[in-house]
Design a protein around this ligand. Structure first.
Ligand SMILES: Cc1cc2nc3c(=O)[nH]c(=O)nc-3n(C[C@H](O)[C@H](O)[C@H](O)COP(=O)(O)OP(=O)(O)OC[C@H]3O[C@@H](n4cnc5c(N)ncnc54)[C@H](O)[C@@H]3O)c2cc1C
Length: 387
């Protein structure tokens, strides 16, 4: 059978792309290797605007917890930067149910979804993908398509088989525990911990899901993450003295910025597969959905006009604002990676919540750099490098 479009991966990116293509009446198949959606570990935090991106209301059934802000702790934890206020509202999703909702909408538009189907190879030659091979249980299947979308996350088989330029793809390993019986005050605030002893070139997080459960994790570069998470939990006995680990997971987060190449012939990459994650925060749910939507719209237009050159609209449309945010956040990450614990402690004295949000999300980094100009050390170490 031949589909107008085949999408590999039923994550936030793939499900949004599928909806947009099926919405225009074209045939779409999603192939997902797992038995269930949302299996991969995720801390599940999104800004409130993620629901606008998803084009669904923030129904309580899709949300574990409402978030009113964040505490960012420097290494000495003497002071924290508090982020709060109307603009910084967000949610800890129930991500599997959120993905079910996205899948439900895609299915309602006519999209075909096949679970437990792992794509093993894509036949790619003369700058075109011709068909792919997938395994369902022990059977092999082949499927043809006009357009192929790689929304298959970190380690994308589509990116590898179609030989996309992955030279700037960079992964930070993470590990996360789902913990019960934690003692976390102010559960509407997420907590982020920085420092070279705490999480070298990364951070640790505590995101309460409700009064019973929290996502507790860490991303670390250049060292195994698990010992750092164990140490972090041990050194925060107030929260975790009587807590138990119920689930352990993790995975790579692409923090090297988006790939230079997003479209190749009739193949497009989006989401984690394309490095479309905000590098400093590691947040990729919303930026992946935004990419999936644009990919879906461009593929539908190319199908309508029978003109594959229209796919090239995708990188242009994604660049503003998302591509720009990703590259600005990457710039900040590169500067922050070089900071000592003393520098981070000093930063916590100077920055306020809005500054941290602008830096982390690649928003107004120039404004924050100008603010840091007056600081004798931080001007040299941060401000000049950001401008
Ligand atoms: C520990 C951790 C915590 C995180 N916390 C947050 C957070 O709090 N907030 C946030 O915004 N982001 C977070 N992220 C990042 C976020 O999870 C991703 O950026 C986002 O899910 C990317 O969506 P995606 O659709 O591109 O890829 P994915 O969600 O990875 O989906 C890809 C899908 O493709 C499937 N697939 C892969 N290979 C194949 C194949 N060969 N055949 C068929 N199917 C295949 C996978 O099974 C998967 O379902 C976190 C990531 C990690 C690892």
């Amino acid at each position: 059978m031949e589909y107008d479009a085949v999408i590999v991966g039923a994550g936030p990116a793939g499900l949004m792309a599928a909806r947009k293509i099926a919405d225009k009446g074209f045939s779409v198949l999603i192939l997902e290797k797992n038995k269930d959606l949302g299996v991969r570990a995720c801390a599940e935090a999104v800004s409130a605007s993620a629901f606008e991106t998803a084009e669904i209301p923030p129904s309580p059934s899709l949300i574990s917890n409402s978030i009113n802000g964040a505490y960012i702790y420097p290494p000495d934890e003497k002071k924290y930067v508090k982020i709060s206020g109307g603009n910084y509202r967000g949610y800890i999703l129930n991500k599997p149910l959120f993905l079910y909702a996205l899948a439900s909408i895609a299915a309602s538009k006519g999209c075909d979804i096949k679970m437990q189907c792992e794509v093993i190879d894509v036949e790619f030659s003369n700058n075109r993908a011709h068909y792919l091979k997938y395994r369902y249980k022990d059977e092999w299947h082949y499927v043809k398509f006009k357009y192929l979308i790689g929304a298959d996350g970190v380690g994308s088989i589509v990116a590898r088989s179609c030989k996309f330029d992955m030279s700037n793809y960079e992964i930070i390993p993470t590990i996360q525990y789902v913990m019960v019986n934690c003692n976390i005050p102010e559960r509407d605030m997420i907590r982020i911990y920085l420092g070279n002893e705490v999480a070298p070139r990364g951070y640790a997080w505590i995101f309460a899901k409700n009064e019973y459960v929290a996502n507790v994790g860490i991303g670390v570069r250049g060292a195994p993450a698990k010992p750092y998470l164990e140490k972090f939990i041990e050194s925060h006995g107030d929260f975790f003295k009587k807590a138990k680990i119920i689930k352990e997971g993790g995975g790579g987060v692409p923090v090297g910025g988006q790939l230079n190449e997003l479209v190749k012939g009739n193949v497009l990459l989006c989401g984690d597969a394309a490095g479309q994650v905000i590098p400093l925060t590691g947040g990729g749910i919303r930026s992946s959905m935004e990419a999936g939507k644009i990919v879906g719209e461009c593929v539908a237009k190319a199908l309508e006009a029978n003109d594959s050159s229209l796919l090239n609209e995708y990188p242009k449309r994604y660049m503003n604002p998302w591509g720009n945010r990703i590259s600005k956040s990457l710039k900040v990450l590169r500067v922050f990676e070089e900071l000592s614990d003393e520098d981070l402690n000093a930063l916590a004295e100077v920055l306020v919540g809005e500054d941290v949000v602008d830096l982390a999300n690649g928003l107004d980094i120039k404004r924050v750099a100008v603010k840091l100009m007056s600081h004798p050390v931080l001007a040299l170490k941060i401000a000049y490098k950001l401008i």
